[in-house]
Design a protein around this ligand. Structure first.
Ligand SMILES: C[S@@+](CC[C@H](N)C(=O)[O-])C[C@H]1O[C@@H](n2cnc3c(N)ncnc32)[C@H](O)[C@@H]1O
Length: 413
């Protein structure tokens, strides 16, 4: 049953303090979601300058809490933005409920689009036993803590250095040329955007990521080096705020593999690409890592590594699926290239360093996936054997990456 109890409201009227109203488009609805559960959903932007601007929201929430039975879910997952003034008001609302309706449970439903809020609501949940939180897209982005770890930042940088030497040669085959409007989705540290700017001179270039620490880093690099024409935006790859049909070339590198639902992301990449433009993706293919000698230990190590990562929701063998993923997205003229980073065509010490860091990543994933010690041992033995191979004068090692692109058709069926 879905019942609109509290009418939609649009806040932003002059607060009593005389402070000018902020732009706070907001809607609030209440519906029954179960016998003993009701849900109040807030959508839009909660960006009050002062607490008084939240008066209407507070009143509506209190009304809902007065009539609710069992659990009142306060659904914040569709909020695009919330500031600390709004958070403190929601905190006051919780205190008010604890005082006036001690029998009522409150569940905040959050999304990782506002990551700081998750940590703050966790504190509220610890303080008030009747309060719980649910992060609805937690399963969707399970690896984010690993990605934002300092160690991983070094992996990203070294990987980029290794890959770019080969990738810059294949990019023109995938339709990249100077003067295009380019979007790099899941841009991470922003190194790819910087290299694109240097070597391909796009007309406009935007990088989007949902990691605030990585974006901070990317913006710092742009400002330290006085680079122009690169914009970094905070955003969710599954719901981009970029307009339809607005880019000639949309890239998403080494990232589809971190999403359990890559088709959903491709749908967004295709949406923002103009008809005739291209979507370009790269993904790893760790089942085809080569290392000689010690092939057997290396093969077993990567097999286990893949297993552990799959448990964590990451598919590091996504490369061969690229053609299917792009075709599912309705793209045509799909082109595939294989980039082979080897210990003979690249800096062997950099490659060894990347593998060394993967061992740590594997430990983090393994711990999260509850991997047994045997598995850890196989991974460590295999990846160390790969490092030996990479650094040996007679060994041969390959790290394969699949780059693929497809063209958005002019007409959609
Ligand atoms: C493995 S990194 C790859 C980064 C970069 N493209 C590169 O090649 O180095 C994956 C990136 O995806 C970002 N990411 C993960 N989920 C995202 C989401 N829902 N929206 C936007 N970015 C996301 C992470 O923050 C991270 O920067």
């Amino acid at each position: 049953m879905s019942n609109s109890v509290v009418p939609s409201s649009s806040s932003g009227g002059a607060p009593s303090s005389g402070v000018p109203p902020s732009y706070m488009p907001m809607a609030l609805n209440m519906r029954l979601t179960g016998e003993d559960e009701q849900e109040v959903t807030l959508t839009g932007t909660l960006r009050p300058f002062v607490a008084e601007e939240m008066a209407q929201v507070r009143t509506s929430l209190e009304q809902a809490a007065k009539t609710a039975k069992g659990t009142l879910c306060v659904n914040l997952k569709r909020l695009k933005y919330m500031n600390n003034v709004a958070f403190l008001e929601l905190n006051r609302f919780v205190r008010w409920v604890a005082r006036t309706r001690p029998d009522l449970r409150i569940k905040f439903i959050l999304s990782s689009v506002i990551p700081w809020a998750i940590r703050k609501f966790q504190v509220i949940a610890e303080l008030y036993p009747a309060v719980s939180i649910e992060v609805y897209d937690k399963a969707f982005y399970p690896v984010q803590p690993v990605i934002e770890d300092d160690e991983f930042i070094t992996v990203l940088r070294t990987q980029e250095k290794l890959i770019w030497a080969h990738e810059q040669e294949i990019l023109p085959q995938h339709g990249l040329r100077p003067g295009l409007r380019v979007a790099d989705i899941c841009c991470g540290l922003g190194d790819f955007a910087i290299l694109l700017q240097r070597d391909f001179r796009p007309e406009y270039l935007v990088g989007v990521d949902h990691s605030k620490p990585l974006l901070r880093y990317a913006r710092q690099v742009v400002s330290d080096f006085g680079l122009e024409n690169i914009e970094y935006q905070y955003g969710d790859a599954a719901a981009l705020l970029l307009a339809d049909n607005s880019f000639d070339f949309v890239s998403c590198r080494l990232s589809l593999q971190v999403f359990p639902e890559p088709d959903r992301i491709v749908h967004e990449l295709v949406r923002i690409t103009r008809p005739g433009g291209r979507v370009y993706i790269t993904n790893e293919m760790l089942s085809s890592v080569v290392g000689y000698p010690q092939q057997e230990a290396i093969r077993k190590g990567y097999e286990r590594f893949l297993e552990v990562c799959r448990h964590g929701g990451v598919d590091l063998d996504m490369g061969p699926k690229a053609r299917e993923v792009l075709a599912n997205g309705g793209l045509e003229d799909v082109k595939i290239s294989q980039i082979n980073v080897t210990n003979t065509n690249s800096d062997a010490h950099d490659l060894a360093r990347v593998v060394e860091l993967w061992i740590r990543v594997a430990w983090q994933f393994g711990a999260a996936a509850g991997a047994n010690p045997e598995m850890h041992k196989d991974i460590e033995t295999g990846l160390r054997a790969h490092i030996d191979t990479i650094l040996s004068d007679r060994g041969y090692a390959v790290w394969p990456i699949i780059a693929a692109s497809g063209r958005k058709p002019f007409r959609t069926t």
